[in-house]
Design a protein around this ligand. Structure first.
Ligand SMILES: NC(=O)c1ccc[n+]([C@@H]2O[C@H](COP(=O)([O-])OP(=O)(O)OC[C@H]3O[C@@H](n4cnc5c(N)ncnc54)[C@H](O)[C@@H]3O)[C@@H](O)[C@H]2O)c1
Length: 246
């Protein structure tokens, strides 16, 4: 199976850090023209086929500018933005509505806004691919212990199913990849460092494949779902966790 994206335009939303950066790199390596956007635009790795743009995924007007820069024609949207915004686990009664909403906005509302912005062009073109990065926390309880994170990622998994149903008749597939824990960004490194030595030492032994995941493991799954070879797969969330999901 040969997967190439020559001549295709791919937006990677949330491209500055580990997983998004690996996805942008992988698409460019397979021939795509990549628009890599993030609020941390200075941290985006650019390249011959990777153009960096600023975006706030919680702001529809900011997203429209990115889609306009793609000439309105987007073959693939990879929605990666999200994470825990520097938050840690707290008892429910100490979580403020603003903290809860912040995580929901970036992980769920942004996904809705971005899909909404690319759908008209994809419909006009007769097809497209939307692949989101949800999480194992979208299918089970979250290791982060953050209520909003599990809620938002579960919401994203639902949004993917619903959009798949709606956009299928237009040749557009909508899928998600659900990564397991990997130390990619400052937030995840903070989470990793909060675990006991014993927990960290034995973490990989509790994974069926006996190793931690890498951003490239996620990028490989995203590229397959974005390829022509996945034209009859839609509405699915693929756990990429190195283990069967318990
Ligand atoms: N690392 C893990 O263990 C893990 C596991 C499962 C899922 N995920 C998900 O994978 C995705 C990527 O995570 P990561 O680990 O590479 O690092 P991360 O959580 O730091 O990545 C989030 C990216 O989204 C960007 N972002 C946040 N708010 C934004 C906004 N309002 N506008 C634009 N960009 C914004 C950040 O700048 C960052 O580049 C996230 O959605 C995260 O929830 C990560």
């Amino acid at each position: 199976m040969l997967i190439r994206f020559d001549g295709k335009t791919v937006i990677v939303a949330g491209a500055a850090r580990g997983i998004g950066r690996a996805i942008a790199r992988a698409f460019a390596a397979d021939g795509a023209n990549v628009i890599a956007c993030d609020r941390l635009v200075a941290e985006i790795e650019t390249g011959e086929r990777i153009q960096a743009l600023p975006v706030d995924v919680t702001d529809a007007a900011s997203i429209d500018k990115v889609v306009a820069a793609a000439g309105g024609r987007v073959d693939v949207l990879a929605y990666v933005a999200g994470g825990v915004l520097g938050q840690g686990p707290k008892p429910l009664e100490q979580v403020t509505p603003e903290e809860f909403a912040g995580i929901v906005d970036v992980n769920l509302k942004g996904c809705f806004l971005f899909a909404r912005a690319v759908a008209p062009g994809m419909k006009q073109a007769g097809g497209g691919r939307i692949v989101t990065i949800s999480s194992r926390a979208g299918l089970a309880t979250s290791l982060t212990g953050i209520q909003a994170y599990a809620s938002a990622k579960h919401g994203q998994v639902g949004l993917v199913k619903q959009l798949a149903q709606e956009l299928g008749p237009f040749g557009i597939t909508v899928n998600s990849v659900a990564p397991g824990f990997m130390a990619t960004s400052p937030d995840y490194e903070r989470q990793w460092n909060s675990y006991s030595d014993d927990f960290r030492r034995t973490f990989a032994d509790r994974i069926a494949m006996r190793r931690m995941g890498k951003p490239e493991d996620i990028a490989d799954a995203v590229l397959f779902l974005a390829s022509d070879h996945a034209s009859w797969i839609t509405g699915q969330t693929l756990p990429v966790t190195g283990s069967p999901l318990a």
